[in-house]
Write a protein that binds this ligand. Sequence first.
Ligand code: RBF
Ligand code: MG
Length: 221
Amino acid sequence: MCRQKNSPKGYYESMTDPNLPIRIISKIVRGYGRGSKDLGIPTANVSREGLSCSCGDFDHLPTGIYWGFARIIIIDGSESSNGRGDGSANDDSYSCNESELGQVFTAAISIGYNPTYNNSEKTVEPHLIAPAMHPKRHASLTGETQFQDFYDKTIILSVVGYLRPELPFEGLEKLTAAIKKDIINSERLAGDESNPATIAEREWVRSSLGNDALGNKKLLG
Ligand code: RBF
Ligand code: MG
C-alpha cells in the first residue's frame, strides 16, 4: 500500500489527534510555486515565522488534510479597505471587491511534508474555496481563489476537522483528483450547520482581529 513507503515525519500524529479545532494567525508567504502552476489548485502558504497557534507552536501542528475556515486581512484592523484607501477595485489576477477581502472562506487545508514531493519542511497550506456563483469558482467544482496579491497579508485560519492523512501520490493527476475530493468534502462538512464547531469557528474567523501581538489567550477566546 502506498501509505507505507515514503512515510513522512509525523505521519501518524494526525490520525489520533483529538485537539481540533486549531486556530492559527499568521502571514502569507511565497511557497514552492507549485499550487497554481502544477496543480491548478492555488494555496495560501502560511508563514512559520510569527505564527500564533492555539496548539502552542508550529511544531505542534498535526500533519494531515483538514477542512476549516479562513479569512485574509488586507490591512490589520480595517480589512474592508482595498489597501489603497480609495475604494477602487484591485485589478490584478484576482480582483477582489471590498466585501470579498474580509470574507470567510471554507478551506481545504494541507499540513505536513507533501509526501508526493518529499518536502523536508512542514508547511501549512489552505486552499480557499470560492463559493458557488463566485466569479473565481472553477467549472470543475474545484473552488479557486488566487493568492498572488496576498503575500505578507495576515491570514486567520481555523482547522476544524480531519479529512485524511497526507499521502504520496503517483503522479499529479492522482494528487489533483484527491484534492478535488477533499474540496468537495470540505464544502459538505463546512455546510453542516448542526455542527457547533462549524458555527463557532466560522464566527471566530469572521471576527478575529489578527493583530501581530495576539497571544494564545485570544486565539482560544
Ligand atoms: N500533497 C501531497 O503530497 N499529498 C497529499 O495527500 C496532499 N493533499 C493535499 C490536500 C489539500 C486539500 C491541499 C490543499 C493540498 C494537498 N497537498 C498534498 C499539497 C500539495 O502537494 C501542495 O499544495 C502543492 O504541491 C503546492 O505546494
Ligand atoms: Mg501555495
